[in-house]
Design a protein around this ligand. Structure first.
Ligand code: C2E
Ligand code: CA
Ligand code: CA
Length: 233
């Protein structure tokens, strides 16, 4: 799914959203299998499979747009796993330069349930050159001052604040405040769940850097995205 520059609509990047095309059950959405993958430990190989594929795709897309940013969701158990950092080092060994085109998304709740090893892994990933984004911001109990201690460079405001932005004055105040504070702390801000042009305009007026949502484009296949990038990149 594309992430656009709020002001001019150009594609700045994309978020990788995994789907499981099943012979009998059709397309299975991540909400139906990520949790199970986490509980069963399959998440480690699933994440690395996603990342391996993402690297191949990204290599093609940066030939069209060298500063393209690909966001990849990382699960809490990846951060807890001491082998994850080693695996990332290995996967990017021949493409070290590519790390600067990758944003690893971790949710606010994952960071809050931190352990020393999760924080160590996060800093290790940042040292390898990956950007870190805080996903689903606003759904947990963290404050921005705490988040500033993390190596994050981007904040993604949760879609529950954005979906009804045009009609909900309270959410407008919360989103505006979050954007101002994040900017003052040197973080870029993404709004996800942008479903109307009105919301995009409100977010533009608030100075939100990037937008993502059905109004701009629903999640599409890699091939479809490649076509879109040619005209919107
Ligand atoms: P997320 O990281 O918060 O991803 C955004 C979700 O919001 C996606 O759902 C996306 O399709 C949906 N979305 C985007 N724009 C809009 C909008 O305008 N309106 C509405 N109502 N929804 C919108 P999706 O693809 O079903 O993914 C659900 C969750 O599954 C993701 O939430 C993420 O936590 C997880 N996930 C997806 N892919 C991966 C993956 O490769 N690895 C891991 N660990 N988790 C993944
Ligand atoms: Ca995400
Ligand atoms: Ca999110």
């Amino acid at each position: 799914q594309p992430l656009i520059d709020t002001e001019n609509g150009r594609y700045l990047g994309a978020e990788v959203l995994v789907r499981w095309p099943h012979k009998e059950h059709g397309l299975i959405m991540p909400d139906q299998f990520i949790n199970i993958a986490e509980q069963t430990g399959v998440i480690q190989s699933l994440s690395l499979w996603v990342i391996k594929n993402a690297i191949q795709t990204l290599k093609r897309w940066i030939t069209v747009k060298p500063d393209f940013l690909l966001s990849i969701n990382i699960s809490a158990s990846n951060l807890q796993d001491e082998n994850f950092l080693r695996a990332m080092n290995f996967l990017f060994y021949e493409n070290k330069d590519l790390a600067k085109n990758v944003i690893l998304e971790i949710t606010e709740t994952q960071v809050m349930s931190d352990t020393q090893s999760a924080l160590k892994n996060l800093w290790g990933l940042s040292e390898l050159g990956f950007h870190i984004a805080i996903d689903d911001f606003g759904t947990g109990y963290s404050n921005l001052a705490y988040l500033k201690k993390l190596p994050a460079s981007e904040l993604k405001i949760d879609k529950s604040f954005i979906l009804n932005l045009e009609s909900d004055k309270q959410n407008q105040v919360l989103v505006h405040t979050a954007i101002e504070m994040a900017h003052n702390l040197g973080l870029k801000v993404v709004a996800e769940g942008v479903e109307s042009e009105k919301s995009r305009i409100i977010l533009e007026e608030m100075g939100c850097d990037m937008c993502q949502g059905f109004h701009i484009c629903r999640p599409v296949s890699v091939d479809q995205f490649e076509e879109l990038l040619k005209t919107h990149g």
